[in-house]
Every structure is written in structure tokens, then in C-alpha cells.
Design a binder for this molecule. Structure first.
Ligand code: 13P
Ligand code: SF4
Length: 380
């Protein structure tokens, strides 16, 4: 376990041009030994230093492909850096410039609780197989249980393809019935189940703090999707009223939201999709088209700037900021890179070998699924 090292205070007093000069110098000194990956929710002032940008899926794939670099500096949150470490086999040092950049949703599914859920559901399911599908927004230990239990990871880009794969798995019990335990985000799972033609009655909510998740055997047997009671505090803030407001202000506007929004919001929107799918949809819009986008504000602001010939608005008048993504700022990036250039690795994210060995199974199953990242958002 690597203890977080505090940012030396002198970095906080550096002005942006000085930070820019020093980050540029450290990057040049490290050359091809360094790759910087940046998630779309990062601020532009960080993404301008990224060698590659992407959503969770694309960044996982890119991390797996970095065979030349010695260091991967991840501008994102902790679970993304863990995935990069797992997929690079621990052979490259993965650095998260601020180790306190953790996703609250990832912490909603603790490994022990996931194992308990699998045991409880197996006892209630009447011989049906329970296949865990774990959103990459999760701890490495939850991914490891998933790999061991015959499940896979998913991202918001490929959740449907992974669910479809899961439902083809054959239970060892000889029963033909398969159920998905989807964790930790209930909203992504519910929206995906509905996209696949299932109804709300096919979904049951598992509350990890209650015995048997608060479910009866009858409820488990009726459900195809058992949804972990987890959520994203950023996307859960978007509302149906905001959609109605944008439609009133701008008749004809196309509303597109991330599937981490509540199902009522997803249903009221015109389109929903992962960050990569949202970017593609707005880019494919015609000049003069209007968009209200329900996702993290840094991405929405970037789309507004990139497409000056369209009206691209945040769905909400205010908010939509992921405070955890914002932990990665210029002082932390500068400090991490200067240490690397001086031969010191700070804030390395390293997954312990027994966890890595099982978690990689779940991540690689996801990456192997062909056609998993359909670039077009789903319609309601
Ligand atoms: P993507 O899978 O769209 O990158 O989403 C990641 C995320 O954290 C959304 O809140
Ligand atoms: Fe986690 Fe939500 Fe932030 Fe994504 S936007 S990193 S799910 S808190």
C-alpha cells in the first residue's frame, strides 16, 4: 500500500504560466517514457497536457496498449488508475497525481458486501445463475470478485453488450435461468435493461445494508436484473423539470444525458449515452442544432466551445461538477511530473497481485467483447 504524499505547499503558489513552463519541461525530459491519459471530465487546463483523452472504456483500452511507456499518469479518478494498473500488468507505474481523487460511487460496493450479495442471491434464486456485472466505476477488489464469479466489467459505452453476453451464460446448476447482479450503479443498469426491451418489473433493487438486500425469494426469482443500490451524486442531480425548462426555453432542443441519470430523466431525454457517445452525437449534429447536455460540466463547456455554430447548453443552470475529478489540478500534475523526471515515483496506484489476477479476468472479458462500444447513443 502506497501512502499518499502531500503536495508540497510551494506548488500552490505557482502561477499558471510558471506551472505551464515546468509541466512542459518535465514532459519533455520524460519523453516517450511518459504517457498522460485524461478523462473527458477533466478541465481543459489539464487535458491540454494529455497524450490521449477518452471515456472510461477508451482509456482502459489505451492503458492496455501502452507497452512502451514506463509511466502512465492518469488524470481521472482512482478506479480508472487502478484499471490502468491492472491492465498494464503492473509493468508500468500508474500515477494518480492526487490519490484522494476517488469516485464516491465506486466506494458504494465494498468487496465483502458484494460477496455476501452473491451468496445470498444464489440461495434465493432457485438454481438460476447470478452473473455479476461490475461497472468499471468500482474498486479493484469488487472487480476481482466479479472475475472469480464468472462475471465481467462494463462501462457506460458497452453496458448493453456486456449484459447481452451475461444472459447467454450457462448456469452450472443445469437451470436455464440467468440473472445479472449489476453493480454499483443502479441507474445505468436500469436504463440498459429498458433499452434491451425489459420492463421495470424485471429489475429488483438490492440494498446492501439489509439482510438479503431487502429482497424476498419471490422478488429475486421474478427479476432478471438485480440492481445494487448505488448512484453517482453528480448525475443524480439532473431532473425532469430541468428538461421541461430547456424545452420551454428552446423549442426543438435535443436533450442528451448520461445513463447515470435517474430513469425518469433518461426517459424524458431524447438520447442517452456514455461521454464518448455524447461527444459523437453533438459532433454529428448540424450547424444551428440545439443541445441540452446532462453530464459533467467540464465536458459540456468543452462541447459548447468546440461547436460554436450550435447551441450547446448544460441541462442544469448550475452544478454538474464532479468534485473528485477536480482534485487533479495543475499543481498536482506539475509536482507528479517533476518527481518522475527526478527519478522519484510519487502517488503510484498499485493493485495487490491476488486482486489483480482476478480483476483482470473481468476487465479483459469486457474488452474482448466485440462491438461492445457502439458509438451511437440510445434513443428513448
Ligand atoms: P464514462 O464511462 O462515460 O466515461 O463515465 C465515467 C463516469 O465516471 C461517469 O460518471
Ligand atoms: Fe464518480 Fe460520478 Fe464523478 Fe463519475 S461523475 S467519477 S461516477 S462521482
Amino acid at each position: 500500500m502506497v501512502l499518499p504524499v502531500a503536495l508540497p505547499p510551494e506548488y500552490l503558489s505557482l502561477c499558471p504560466p510558471e506551472l505551464d513552463r515546468r509541466i512542459g519541461a518535465a514532459k519533455r525530459a520524460l519523453g516517450e517514457r511518459l504517457v498522460i491519459l485524461g478523462h473527458h471530465y477533466q478541465h481543459d487546463e489539464i487535458l491540454r497536457y494529455a497524450d490521449f483523452t477518452g471515456d472510461s472504456l477508451k482509456l482502459s483500452q489505451l492503458a492496455a496498449q501502452q507497452s512502451r511507456a514506463e509511466f502512465i499518469v492518469f488524470c481521472g479518478v482512482h478506479f480508472m488508475a487502478e484499471s490502468a494498473d491492472i491492465l498494464s500488468g503492473g509493468t508500468r507505474a500508474v500515477i494518480l497525481p492526487d490519490l484522494s481523487a476517488g469516485c464516491p460511487m465506486a466506494e458504494m460496493a465494498e468487496a465483502d458486501d458484494v460477496q455476501t450479495a452473491l451468496d445470498e442471491l444464489a440461495a434465493l434464486a432457485g438454481g438460476a445463475a447470478i452473473v455479476p456485472i461490475t461497472y468499471v466505476n468500482s474498486a479493484a477488489s469488487a472487480k476481482a470478485i466479479t472475475g472469480r464469479a464468472g462475471g465481467a466489467c462494463c462501462t457506460s459505452s458497452n453496458c448493453r453488450a456486456v449484459f447481452e453476453w451475461a444472459l447467454t451464460q450457462k448456469p452450472a446448476t443445469g437451470s436455464t435461468d440467468v440473472k445479472i447482479l449489476a453493480l454499483p450503479d443502479q441507474h445505468l443498469a436500469r436504463a440498459t435493461a429498458l433499452d434491451m426491451g425489459y420492463g421495470l418489473d424485471d429489475c429488483a433493487l438490492y440494498r446492501p445494508r439489509l439482510p438479503n438486500g431487502g429482497l424476498t425469494a419471490a422478488q429475486v426469482r421474478q427479476a432478471t436484473f438485480i440492481l445494487w443500490d448505488g448512484w453517482c451524486c453528480v448525475h443524480q442531480e439532473f431532473t425532469v423539470e430541468q428538461i421541461a425548462g430547456r424545452r420551454r426555453e428552446h423549442p426543438g432542443i435535443c436533450v442528451i444525458v448520461h445513463p447515470e441519470c435517474e430513469i425518469s430523466v433518461v426517459q424524458a431525454a431524447d438520447l442517452h449515452g456514455s461521454t464518448e457517445q455524447i461527444i459523437a452525437a453533438v459532433a454529428a449534429g448540424s450547424p444551428g442544432s440545439q443541445w441540452a447536455v446532462g453530464t459533467e460540466i467540464n465536458l459540456v463547456n468543452r462541447l459548447t466551445r468546440l461547436h460554436a455554430d450550435r447551441r450547446v447548453l448544460n441541462l442544469a443552470d448550475a452544478g454538474g461538477k464532479c468534485a473528485m475529478m477536480a482534485h487533479i489540478d495543475l499543481p498536482h500534475l506539475c509536482w507528479a511530473l517533476e518527481n518522475l523526471a527526478a527519478g522519484r515515483v510519487v502517488n503510484r496506484v498499485q493493485v495487490a497481485e491476488p486482486i489483480r489476477r482476478d480483476a483482470v479476468i473481468a476487465l479483459e472479458r469486457m474488452i474482448r467483447l466485440k462491438g461492445a462500444a457502439d458509438a451511437s447513443p440510445a434513443k428513448r
